[in-house]
Design a protein around this ligand. Structure first.
Ligand SMILES: NC(=O)c1ccc[n+]([C@@H]2O[C@H](COP(=O)([O-])OP(=O)(O)OC[C@H]3O[C@@H](n4cnc5c(N)ncnc54)[C@H](OP(=O)(O)O)[C@@H]3O)[C@@H](O)[C@H]2O)c1
Length: 281
């Protein structure tokens, strides 16, 4: 039987309890028919949460898969993210959402994220205010941020807003404890992107291979289970049917405290690949 992921509940400014499946399918860098095929397959396997972005150039392909899935729109959670040229006042952010919806052929978004803070532009606080207002229009059910460091989040909090979610890069070697702890202390859910470290060598480490052997799963499943047991939402990406299936099949085994601690010890303390004070689009 195919798995269906349980939900977490997002709350924050303007958002009073929106359920989000805790495992979504990542779509970067797939585009066109390859992306549509991947999302179509994922939805057939039981995924009910899709992660896309304006910058991936695949919102059209994702929208097509969602529309033609045969699933009711309300049964699929769609996240997209917008670029810095749409940061700013309410009209600017609203137009960005409308353009995304047009590309996707959908009527509303479940989650709309500021993709990068772009501090040099210094419009992200106003952009968050615009997003709170956008929820009231019904075009988006929830909003959030991505790649925000505590220093960026603090400015949003100081302006009186709590983003429901912060999507950041987390894997066993890049745990970003400071970011996650700040999110948690602020009431912001953490979503992990690149949760499998992009399929890197870390998946061959004994800290993941040993528990995988014990529970009869793969190291990737162990990595994803480690995220879930620490309360993160994850959006792993694969277009491969077997790996998509594995990445959703996470709910009938558990890691012991000792196994969790061994994986935690893989953290290098290094920051993410890209520094969001320097990089952004
Ligand atoms: N907010 C942001 O700024 C941001 C940035 C980057 C990514 N994202 C989102 O996060 C999603 C996931 O991140 P990502 O694509 O960077 O990396 P990822 O999900 O950590 O890793 C993807 C890689 O892992 C491999 N893989 C997947 N499942 C596997 C399994 N069960 N066993 C072994 N290998 C497996 C895939 O290979 P195969 O494809 O061959 O299976 C692929 O090479 C993206 O697709 C995107 O939606 C967001």
């Amino acid at each position: 039987m195919n798995s269906i992921a349980p939900h977490a509940t997002l709350t924050g400014s303007g958002v009073d309890g929106v359920d989000i499946p805790i495992v979504g399918i990542g779509t970067w860098p797939l585009t066109g028919s390859e992306c549509t095929a991947s999302v179509t397959q994922a939805l057939a396997l039981g995924y009910r949460h899709v992660d896309t972005a304006e910058n991936y150039g695949n919102e059209d392909a994702v929208g097509l898969a969602v529309r033609e899935s045969g699933l009711a729109r309300e049964d699929v959670f769609v996240t997209t993210k917008f670029n810095k040229d749409s940061h700013g006042d309410a009209a600017t952010v609203r137009q960005s959402a409308e353009r995304a919806l047009k590309r996707m052929g959908l009527d509303y978004l479940d989650l709309f994220l500021v993709h990068w803070p772009n501090p040099a532009q210094d419009l992200y606080v106003q952009t968050c205010e615009s997003l709170v207002g956008l929820v009231e229009t019904g075009l988006v059910r929830a909003w959030g941020v991505s790649n925000f460091k505590p220093v960026h989040l603090q400015r949003v909090l100081d302006a009186g807003m709590v983003p429901p979610v912060n999507q950041v890069q987390v894997d066993p070697e890049h745990a970003q404890h400071d970011v996650e702890q700040f999110n948690a202390a602020s009431g912001v859910a953490t979503a992990a992107y690149s949760p499998l470290a992009r399929g890197s060598e870390v998946l061959n480490r004994a800290e993941l291979v040993d528990p995988a052997a014990r529970v009869g799963r793969t190291p990737a499943q162990v990595a994803l289970r480690w995220h879930l047991q620490q309360g993160r939402i994850v959006v792993p990406r694969s277009a491969n049917e077997e790996r998509q299936r594995q990445n959703l099949d996470l709910f009938d085994f558990a890691l012991t405290e000792e196994e969790m601690a061994r994986i935690d010890a893989l953290d290098t303390g290094e920051g993410p690949r890209l520094d969001s004070d320097e990089f952004g689009h």
